[in-house]
Write a protein of this length. Structure first.
Ligand SMILES: [Cu+2]
Length: 413
């Protein structure tokens, strides 16, 4: 008996502790499931790089600019629709920012665009802070048939009060309005009116016996008696009122706002890509093994430098994770820490590769990000391929880049 009492006391104490811990430590759900997006998709579709977030903390109404480049990867997986219809978006938890402007290749892109596989584009998105809080802000490309393809996310803090948020703009007729509150009363009015109207219609029919008595009447072949002559008149009244309200409201709206243009849609084509120099380093992936226990990827690369200066490998980028070789390259852009392996890349022989030289080296990219960002999941795919960008630097600080795309073999030892 005593043992049981002791156990109950012990487990109650544990339960209380857990409840207490849960009430003290209650993190808000703030991620977007970026880690659960298939790893092959993040590795083999859009490569976001050279990203810059202009600010890490802003006040309500202030702007943040995200700039950078994205490469539409040549080895785009056949299971994902190509970006023939794509929309440059931003991945945030609801309208905590509003998007004021977005550009691809210098062109304003408020609508969908057609992008070509193999091309690299620069982009710029201007956001205006709306709701205070700490928000994870991602770049994102929404591809029709492919889904949203998410880029790296950075935490941005918005301070202030949402009550101060304004979104003024001048219409094409010269009227200055605040889009945040424009005609809000009208919106409330029409929602309430039709809600009440629908409710009245429901109440009219629901107030009398329903379900079983009616079912029995229908069963007995007396369904016609369920609807009386008075019911028909009421129904006609509701119908006539609906039509009249719509006709009057529409004509009054038309006379009040004589000039309207439809929402603009359609796909923008001919977006200018960046004129990328030809790859000056040819890289052949001899083999690539992902070591599960070490959370590291070991590649054997044969690099041919056909450029005019000696280069060293400084960075391997895949799925927004940057494995840096600290001796060669450092990040000074404030790149999200969890996606930056500052010393995650080692090269067996990283002396400069001379112009014309071909060298086979062993390259290791290791960081917890392989597991944290669930990139290692690709080893369980039926098509276990990885892809990414290798960045090379010469002594003068010039950067060149080459994409790689190869099968990845897991090793569980
Ligand atoms: Cu996020």
């Amino acid at each position: 008996m005593k043992i049981i009492k002791d156990r109950i006391a012990k487990w109650s104490a544990v339960g209380l502790l857990i409840a207490l811990a849960a009430s003290v430590y209650a993190p808000t759900a703030s991620a977007h499931g970026e880690k659960s997006q298939a790893a092959f998709m993040r590795m083999r579709t859009i490569h976001w790089y050279d990203l810059k977030w202009s600010k890490e903390a802003v006040n309500v109404n202030e702007e943040v600019e995200i700039t950078g480049k994205f490469h539409v990867f040549e080895g785009w997986p056949e299971t994902v629709a190509e970006p023939d219809d794509a929309f440059l978006n931003i991945g945030i938890p609801g309208p905590v920012f509003i998007r004021k402007e977005s550009y691809i290749g210098g062109q304003l892109v408020p609508r969908s665009v057609r992008l070509e596989v193999g091309n690299t584009y620069d982009f710029r998105v201007v956001l205006k802070a709306r709701r205070p809080g700490d928000w994870h802000v991602h770049t994102m490309l929404s591809v029709q048939g492919g889904g949203p393809i998410i880029g790296p996310g950075k935490w941005i803090t918005i301070n202030g009060s949402m009550r101060d948020f304004t979104n003024p703009l001048t219409t094409l007729t010269g009227q200055v309005i605040d889009l945040e509150t424009y005609n809000l009363d009208n919106t409330y009015f029409w929602h309430s009116l039709w809600y009440a109207f629908g409710l009245a219609w429901l109440l009219y029919w629901v107030r009398r016996p329903i379900w079983l008595p009616r079912w029995l009447m229908v069963k007995a072949g007396r369904a016609d008696e369920l609807v009386s002559a008075g019911d028909r008149k009421v129904a006609l009244g509701f119908g006539a009122a609906t039509i009249l309200i719509v006709v009057f409201a529409m004509s009054s709206a038309n006379s009040q706002y004589p000039v309207t243009i439809p929402l603009q849609a359609g796909t923008v084509r001919g977006i200018q890509p960046i004129a990328m120099p030809k790859h000056t380093q040819k890289v052949k992936v001899e083999d690539a093994v992902y070591r599960v226990p070490g959370r590291s990827m070991n590649m054997t690369l044969t690099i041919t430098n056909s450029g005019s200066s000696a280069v060293r490998l400084g960075e391997f980028y895949t799925a927004s994770v940057r494995f840096m070789n600290a001796e060669v390259a450092k990040d000074d852009t404030g790149y999200p820490e969890d996606l930056l392996a500052e010393d995650g890349l080692t090269v067996s022989d990283n002396s400069p590769i001379a112009p014309g030289e071909t060298r086979t080296v062993k390259v290791t990219a290791s960081d917890a990000a392989w597991e944290v960002y669930r990139l290692s999941d690709i080893i369980y795919d039926p098509d276990s391929r990885f892809a990414g960008i290798l960045f090379f630097w010469d002594a003068a600080g010039n950067r060149t880049q080459t994409t790689i795309d190869a099968p990845l073999i897991p090793s569980f030892m």
